[in-house]
Design a protein around this ligand. Structure first.
Ligand code: AMP
Length: 360
């Protein structure tokens, strides 16, 4: 007999205890579930709101066995979980969603772009780069400039560098950590957009409206949603999201980052096999937000409606910006989300604020 749909009272395991895990835990609680959070940090934001907290490294066999034993399903809130963790969980009898293949593909930029193209989702042209001469070879085959990104491990623009000329190949390869990399042609984009989508255990798909995203120093600063977009743009985004979800046999919420080119074509930059920062607007802008949607999907529940209730401008609160909580809390149309992080290091995501506007 299938263990799905999970009944209220079941435990949902979460690898990772950051703010995404915290908001997943809050959504799970609303539906009557408990969560178990595995994270090395005892004071991780999600652990403050979790029934079970496991302080351990992500590849700790005993900790993973314990998580598997108590959880009806295990999910993750970031993609840099070691593949061995998912293997160990599966060996211990856990059901993991999204599946290990989606996680593995998202962990490697070269595999990811190759997969995207095979799934019919267009990307910039790219080449594999394994060393400094490889950077020079990519410049010869693709032209200049190129963006060199480490294949794995980078996030928020880390592990990336632009190159214009072959004589900088050594220095640029060293700057990204002298690791296996991908060389990407520049996307001459007009805007950066993203689509948050979900797929349930029965293959049902739910799509959220597009968000328009603004980055500063490689970090998401602001999203506005629903983004103004033509019917053709919406159709492209939805087709891309559906084909990825189908090709991955996916269960859960996915975040797909898009470049909108001057001619209106959409290219995929990358996908995140998890809830996504550019979907935080759904917390206050949609009937069922991305966190509840993810819990519904992994628990085998029907997906919820994604109708928009308000236009939202989501602003990340970085570093000491969250110290402004008194003023933000007094703004009548602002909904404040704080992550319970003690130390406001510069650039650290401490919270976000959703400013609500009437739908046009
Ligand atoms: P990523 O780490 O791949 O998400 O990239 C972080 C940010 O760098 C993106 O949100 C874009 O603003 C920019 N970027 C990434 N790849 C490209 C590209 N091929 N061309 C132009 N800008 C890019």
């Amino acid at each position: 007999m299938s263990r799905f749909p999970l009944a209220p009272g079941a435990v949902i395991g979460i690898l990772g205890g950051g703010q995404l895990g915290r908001m997943l835990a809050l959504a799970a609680a609303r539906l009557g579930f408990d969560v178990a959070v595995l994270d090395p940090a005892p004071d991780a934001p999600a652990k403050r709101v979790a029934a079970h907290a496991i302080d351990a490294e992500y590849d700790d066999p005993a900790a993973l066995a314990r998580l598997a034993a108590i959880s009806g399903v295990v999910t993750f809130e970031f993609e840099n979980v070691p593949a061995t963790a998912v293997e160990r969980l599966a060996a211990a009898g856990a059901e993991v969603a999204p599946n290990g293949r989606a996680l593995a593909i998202a962990q490697d930029r070269l595999d990811e772009k190759t997969f995207l193209n095979e799934a019919g989702a267009p990307t910039v042209r790219f080449a594999a780069v394994d060393d400094a001469p490889g950077v020079a070879a990519a410049l010869r085959s693709l032209g200049a400039p190129l963006l060199i990104k480490s294949r794995s491990g980078g996030y928020d623009g880390k592990g990336q560098a632009w190159i214009e000329r072959a004589d900088a190949a050594e220095a640029v390869f060293a700057r990204i950590g002298a690791r296996a990399a991908i060389a990407e042609m520049p996307a001459a984009f007009r805007r950066e957009l993203s689509i948050i989508a979900a797929r349930g255990r029965d293959g049902e798909v739910a799509l959220y409206p597009l968000a328009e995203n603004h980055h500063e120093s490689g970090v998401l600063r602001r999203s506005t949603a629903p983004a103004e977009a033509s019917a053709a743009t919406l159709a492209q985004a939805e087709r891309i999201a559906r084909s990825l979800l189908g090709a991955l046999g996916y269960v859960g919420v996915i975040g797909v980052e898009l470049f909108e080119l001057e001619d209106g074509r959409l290219l995929v930059n990358e996908f995140a096999p998890r809830v996504h920062n550019s979907g935080h607007w759904t917390l206050d802008g949609c009937e069922v937000d991305q966190f509840e949607q993810h819990i519904r999907a992994v628990a085998g529940w029907p997906l919820g409606p994604t109708h928009t209730l308000a236009r939202v401008e989501m602003t990340n609160l970085l570093g000491d910006e969250a110290a402004d909580w008194r003023r933000l809390a007094a703004e009548p149309d602002a909904r404040l989300w704080l992550y319970g992080k003690a130390e406001p290091r510069p650039g650290r995501k401490m919270g976000h604020v959703n400013r609500l506007r009437p739908l046009r």
